[in-house]
Design a protein around this ligand. Structure first.
Ligand SMILES: NC(=O)c1ccc[n+]([C@@H]2O[C@H](COP(=O)([O-])OP(=O)(O)OC[C@H]3O[C@@H](n4cnc5c(N)ncnc54)[C@H](O)[C@@H]3O)[C@@H](O)[C@H]2O)c1
Length: 366
């Protein structure tokens, strides 16, 4: 039985992970920590908030002393660290919070774990699992092989640079102090509870409202797409089987160009609206509601500076060592995601508050 501290637990992947973990490991105790920035929403934990195995704590990972006391009080033996500033565009316009949370926040957490686990007199076993991104590896040429765990770090955005720095700190705490750590670098996630500023939920919400769907540059940037539930299973496999001190790449085996992602999404919308009169009356502004093509909303906008062209992930090490493998294809995962957003309109309306609208107005016209 584990006693987990999950940081960033009210964010996109963190909330999916907490829900997954409580279903898959019913005896475990989960402390869900989040400071609730614009990207953190307690409503994302609604389905499990009454679960007696879950405790939610509003706390900033920058407050290391409070985190340490919480770890002692709750006898935490496992940390799964998601908390971060995560949006590349925001890191370009204002990098400072990224340095604070992603670098200094991770360091506060490492110090707390070191104090409690290595000098606290407990017996363990303990594990600090750090969630990172494939963006630390930089960009790939069109014909280059996918990133492996041996690929050199070459982060290109302030976001990626801060994640790279946090990866190095995690590694250093293992090599210097013997902290039991593992790290996973995963590709682009999508699925339920993703804040509608990232490509797929943004496109879904804009399509439902009949608003332009912004696509950067020529739309030919290529990403590997991982359904969030598969990511959660992958982290579970690493906690179970991963070797201490190692890093593992996690991917969806689904490399797609941004424009192809949006086109697939639009054609799914067209088919769903055609066969469902209820959808047509709920979302009359979507072009598909009166037989039009949702793809007519696609609007190319000025590319963001330094936009990486291609990421692709080789997840063979995780597969061989932990049995990791995604269950969803991109087609099935995207279908589930669209269905979830249609069924959970109150969730996405509630998170799109004033600050979100202000951000959209500044950065995307239409
Ligand atoms: N979303 C992706 O596609 C993706 C891909 C690879 C890696 N990752 C990594 O996965 C992790 C989670 O990403 P996400 O998409 O769920 O992000 P998110 O932005 O949806 O959630 C981040 C959460 O962290 C919380 N948080 C931020 N600063 C905090 C602080 N100082 N103290 C406590 N909580 C704080 C926020 O309130 C939010 O709930 C991040 O570390 C990110 O780098 C994400």
């Amino acid at each position: 039985m584990r006693r987990l501290l999950v940081t960033g637990a009210a964010g996109f992947i963190g909330s999916n992970f907490v829900q997954y973990w409580l279903e898959a490991h019913r005896d475990d105790h989960v402390v869900a920590l989040d400071v609730l920035t614009y990207a953190g929403n307690l409503s994302s934990l609604d389905p499990v908030l009454k679960n007696s195995k879950l405790k939610f704590v509003k706390m900033d990972i920058l407050e290391g002393e409070r985190v340490r006391a919480l770890m002692e009080r709750e006898q935490i033996d496992t940390i799964v660290h998601f908390a971060a500033e995560s949006h590349v565009d925001r890191s370009i316009h204002g990098p400072d919070p990224f340095l604070e949370t992603n670098i200094r926040g991770t360091h506060e957490l490492l110090k707390a774990a070191k104090t409690v686990w290595l000098t606290g007199g407990g017996s363990g076993p303990y594990q600090f699992h750090h969630i990172s991104t494939d963006e630390v590896f930089g960009t790939l040429a069109a014909d280059a092989p996918a990133f492996t765990e041996e690929t050199s770090y070459a982060p290109n955005s302030p976001y990626a640079a801060t994640k790279a720095a946090s990866d190095h700190l995690v590694r250093a705490y293992h090599h210097t102090y013997g902290l039991p750590v593992t790290t996973s670098n995963c590709s682009n996630n999508y699925g339920p509870y993703q804040f509608p500023e990232k490509l797929i939920p943004l496109a879904i919400v804009r399509a439902l409202e009949g608003k332009p769907i912004p696509v950067y540059g020529d739309g030919l940037q290529s990403r590997d797409w991982l359904y969030v539930r598969d990511h959660c299973r992958g982290i579970d496999r690493i906690l179970e089987k991963g070797r201490v001190g190692e890093t593992y790449n996690l991917g969806g085996g689904a490399e797609r160009k941004n424009i192809d992602v949006i086109k697939m999404l639009c054609s799914k919308f067209n088919a769903m609206f055609q066969s469902d009169a209820g959808l047509r009356s709920r979302f009359p502004r979507c072009p598909a509601a009166d037989g039009g093509d949702t793809a007519s909303l696609i609007t190319f906008v000025r590319d963001r500076p330094g936009h990486d062209r291609r990421y692709a992930v080789d997840a063979m090490k995780a597969t061989l060592e932990t049995g990791y493998g995604p269950a969803e294809s991109f087609e099935t995962g995207l279908g589930k995601t669209i269905v979830w957003y249609i069924a959970n309109e109150p969730w996405w309306r509630s998170v799109m508050d004033g600050s979100y609208k202000e951000w959209m107005k500044q950065h995307y016209s239409g």
